[in-house]
Each structure stands twice: as C-alpha cells, then as structure tokens.
Design a protein around this ligand. Sequence first.
Ligand code: ATP
Ligand code: MG
Length: 349
Amino acid sequence: MPKVITLPGDGIGPEVTAAAVEVLREVAPDVTIEERPIGGLAYEAHGEPFPQVTQDALKEADAVLLGTVGGAHDSPWNKLERRLRPESGLLALRKALGCYANLRPVRVQPGLEHLSPLKPQLARGVDILIVRELLGGVYFDGDRKIDGDTAYNTMRYTTAEVERVAKVAFWAAEQRRGRVTSVDKANVLEVSELWRRDVQALRDREYRSIHLNHEYVDSVAMLIVADPSRYDVIVTENLFGDILSDLAAVIPGSLGLMPSASLGDGAGLFEPIHGSAPDIAGKGIANPAAAIMSVGMLLRHGLKRSDAANHVDRAVALALREHPTRDLGGTADTRTFTRAVLESLGTPA
Ligand code: ATP
Ligand code: MG
C-alpha cells in the first residue's frame, strides 16, 4: 500500500492541506496517509523546523504532500537564528528528498481566461509544463568567489545531471502532447552546448516519438508571453528555469491556481506555490485549488496513477467554474469549494 506523508505547515497550510487530503482519500482510498510537523509550528512543538519525527517518516514515504511554511513578516519566528526559522525547514526537506526536477504546470482553465493578465485570445489554450533542473548549475556549484572587485559563479553540468532531468521532461511529454522544448543559451555558453547535445542524444536514443526542439532562453522569455500556446513541455537548467517559471506563473492570474511537484530519486514533494498567506489564515476562506491540484500531480508523478490525476483535474476545473473562491472574484469559502470538488468527483467524465 502506498504511503503519503502530509506536512501541513503554517498559515493557511493546514486548511488547504485538509481539503487536499479529503480529495486524496476519495480518489485513492487504499493510500495510507500520515501527518507530520514542519516549519514554525514544528519549531513550537519540537524546537526545530524539520524535526527528527518528520525526517524518519520521510524514509518510508512514496510521496510527500506539503502545505505552506512560514509566518507573517513581523512573526517572532523571523527573529530566531537562521537554522531555526520555518523556511530553513523547507530547504532541509528539499535537500533530504534529493529532488532534482521541479515541475510547474502553467494552465489557463477554460472559462477562467478573464483572470489572466494576457489578452483573452492569448490566454486561451495555455497548457505548459515547465521542468526546471533544481540541484545543479550556478546556484550550487562550489566554484564561486567574491574577491575585491572581482566575483564569479560557475554554471556547470554533467551529462548525467542533464539526462536525469531531461528524462522527467520526456516522460511527462509522453503523457501530454508529445512535445519538448529544451531551453538554453547555446550560442554563447559552452555549458549550454553540452546541455543541448545531451538532451538531443537522449531523445534520439530513447524517446524517438517525442518532438524535440531547442530554443534560446531570451527568445522563450518573449514568446512565453507573446504566444504561450506554442509550448507543451519546457525543460531547462536551474537559473533559466527559476526566471521562466516565475514569469510564466503570472499567466493563469492567481497564485491560488498554481501547484508544483519536485521529483528526485526518492519520494516526490508536491506543494502549492503560494505562501502561508498569514493575512487570511484561520478564516476558512483560502483557495485550496492549488493544494488539490498538487494532489493531482502527486497521483500522476508520485504514484503513477494518471487516471485518478485526470479525474481530480477535471473536478477542480468544474468547481472553479461553478464555485470560484474570493481570490478569483467569487464567494466560495474553503469548505464550499472543497465540497464542490468532492461532488464533481462523483460526476462521470
Ligand atoms: P512567501 O510566503 O512565498 O514569501 P508572500 O507572503 O508574498 O510569499 P503569499 O503568502 O502567497 O505570499 O500571499 C500573497 C497574497 O496572496 C496574500 O494576500 C494572500 O492572502 C494571497 N493568497 C496566497 N495564497 C492564497 C490562497 N490559496 N487563497 C487565497 N489567497 C491566497
Ligand atoms: Mg507568505
């Protein structure tokens, strides 16, 4: 029996995670679900933001469902020494799971085009999956220095690092529209030359049914806004992916609609991209859609159950159209929206 560990965390985390767990129980009743503490509340209870009880539980997990971590800007947690702050629990968690591929879907749901800052005709039909390399490149390379008036960081990748993240992208594309765009800066950077060569070689060796093309990151930054429907899966290195995924995240128009997955060799980590929203915590009005869509990603990528994942995605889309939450200009509270999703799950496709 698969085991899912939930880490509800702080702020609206417990509220949206409770909603997501209800949905998970409904579509995957055989899954064992156990809850553990993380973040500020874990510090309150155990004296550290990523306590041993949580670390131990992860060893037996098939997937991890995370809520949100952190307090308000004036929270006393922010005065703790760095390693005790809620956010360092999150970093320790990501490191412990060794997640090297960060997946962010960018989708404009039919009927919700009006929320997008793009013109309606551009917003229609946007359905992109960004796969960002998460453990390598310029953010992590040890070859770095600042010395007087000179400083440098190093963008370094090995073939093995390129291939493992590219495989995730090809695998995802097989379940989608079969197209991968690999993003680099191969006209200027040697590291991009290797990236491009290795992604292409992997495609030619193992994924011949996938249509692969290569584009420069500057051109993608323009086209993702000017013509987003041209993309299916985008795969790119850490720094480029950081910038492109934040850029693309504004396209759907609400943070409350953005799930994410981080995959590695062990259990995957699934979480909404929004923060702990302390301004609305405890009021029962948070939009749980991103957390519930993260359950969709958990089913698809963590437990390899795409039918159940599709079922959840369809139910969320229906609920969003009929019972939009306040952040989307509607009136539904967390409870009403969650009930709408559960009811839609009973609706045949
Ligand atoms: P971070 O915690 O990542 O530093 P932040 O504090 O800037 O980011 P959030 O906590 O995501 O951002 O909140 C930003 C705004 O969006 C807040 O006004 C918050 O109430 C709102 N918000 C975020 N998530 C949701 C949600 N799921 N439902 C409704 N409103 C939300
Ligand atoms: Mg926040």
